[in-house]
Design a protein around this ligand. Structure first.
Ligand code: NZQ
Ligand code: ZN
Length: 394
């Protein structure tokens, strides 16, 4: 087992009607002037925003609104949120929505607490976050796991780069209110993208050079659960039990538990981030696009891991080790297809088949202009990354 520290400090408030307790939790974590951060309109249409505002008013909490956050949120828009938070004098940032609203809320919290620093400097690693404002979450989509993660992902439109900022001291939300019923208004495609992302947060930790009995068994149980319940949720978006399982998988998949003692790989996430940055494709779809070809490319680095995955997650037992491993990869890709997410460039409406020049550009960006490799299951350099993008380009 690789050395690790584990700290998962977010207070999870799970179940029906839990959003009713929002004012209590804001006060518990010191909020009196709340900046509400939300997306492009779903929380207005569902009535959730009005409900939350009513609850804050009833509890005597001052609030201001910062809506309009788009999927694949930008640092440019988060900067506007920082200005709003400072102007209002916010002492608490409340995200109502999914990963995009939550990650923007985290960015605003860092910026408002450090008004002299341009927030991109935190994401570009030029400056360390050393103080921030508290963030709370009311989750409306099971997907990114940002509600209990130490990460925040923003895109810089000017440079075309999408970057994650990991910070265990300041990126964990104080609380995450998770009522599966709040997801019932989701379009089926977004449910499928969420299920994919949840799988990928687990797979990107599971495929690593080390074997760990408990951690691997937790990861496999989570994968079986999200795969089975995800298949139900895309057919019955109002199935409370199925969505409850998916939602809880979403948080556990990305709070660190499924990778303890391993060395996370996360190459598919890095390959996918460049696709979202260039083509604005939904995050989950950017991962299903690359995963099958990534898996095919790296599986011989440690075939036994792919065999174990096929056996324990997909119950595939017949054939040689090679055949079992390949069948596990195929089962995963077929599952992605069955829930309606793309598995190559031509299946993704936002992407389509690209020129060699674009593939080279994606590779250049993914290697941070030739300054890094990605992955730990198999370390991938620029040539490998280009080879994988070429395979996906069909
Ligand atoms: O903007 P609105 O109108 O709210 O619509 C959203 C958006 O269009 C919609 N939606 C959300 N809840 C809804 C709903 N529509 C109807 N009913 C509801 N209940 O769904 C769309 C997607 O929302 P978004 O917040 O973008 O989804 P997700 O949670 O997948 O977040 C994706 C972002 O998180 C980042 C991704 O890269 C991407 O930018 N990630 C963040 C991570 C983290 N902080 O730990 C880790 C992940 O790997 C990921 O990178
Ligand atoms: Zn993800």
């Amino acid at each position: 087992m690789h050395n690790f520290t584990y700290w998962s400090p977010t207070e999870v408030v799970f179940g029906k009607d839990t959003e009713q307790q929002v004012a209590h939790y804001v006060k518990k974590y010191g909020g009196s002037k709340v900046l509400l951060v939300y997306g492009g309109g779903s929380v207005k249409q569902s009535g959730l925003l009005d409900q939350v505002i009513g609850l804050l008013e009833e509890a005597g909490l001052a609030y201001a609104e910062f809506g309009g956050v788009q999927p694949n949120p930008t640092v440019e828009y988060a900067r506007e949120g920082v200005a709003k938070a400072i102007e209002f004098g916010a002492d608490f940032i409340l995200a109502v929505g999914g990963g995009s609203a939550i990650d923007t809320a985290k960015g605003i919290a860092h910026g408002a607490a450090n008004p002299d620093v341009d927030i991109w400097k935190f994401w570009s690693r030029e400056v360390e976050v050393e103080k921030s404002l508290p963030v709370g979450v009311i989750l409306t989509i099971a997907a990114a796991g940002s509600e209990t993660s130490a990460s925040s992902v923003l895109t810089n439109r000017e440079t075309g780069s999408k970057r994650g900022l990991d910070n265990v001291a300041f990126n964990y939300p104080k609380f995450a209110i998770m009522n599966p019923e709040l997801t019932f208004t989701l379009p089926v495609y977004q449910i499928a993208c969420g299920v994919t992302d949840i799988m990928m947060h687990t797979l990107d930790r599971y495929f690593n050079p080390l074997d760990n009995k408990l951690t691997d068994a937790i990861a496999e149980a989570l994968l079986r659960t999200v795969i089975a319940n995800g298949a139900v949720a895309v057919k019955e978006p109002n199935n409370y039990e199925a969505m409850s399982e998916v939602m809880w998988c979403g948080s556990v998949s990305h709070n660190g538990l499924t990778g303890l003692g391993g060395i996370g790989d996360f190459a598919p996430h890095q390959l996918g981030h460049e696709l979202s940055a260039m083509f604005d494709i939904a995050h989950g779809a950017s991962l299903s696009v690359v995963w099958g070809d990534w898996a095919d490319y790296v599986c011989h680095a440690k075939l036994s891991r792919f065999v174990r995955y096929a056996r324990n997650v997909w119950n595939i037992t017949e054939g040689s080790e090679e055949e079992i491993a390949q069948a596990g990869i195929r089962a995963t890709v077929d599952y992605f297809k069955s829930i309606g997410v793309p598995t190559c460039f031509s299946e993704a409406a936002e992407i389509g088949v690209q020129s060699e020049e674009v593939l080279a550009d994606l590779t250049e960006r993914c290697t941070f202009q030739g300054t890094r490799t990605i992955g730990s299951f198999q370390e991938l350099d620029g040539e490998d990354i280009l080879n994988i993008y070429r395979r996906v380009n069909r």
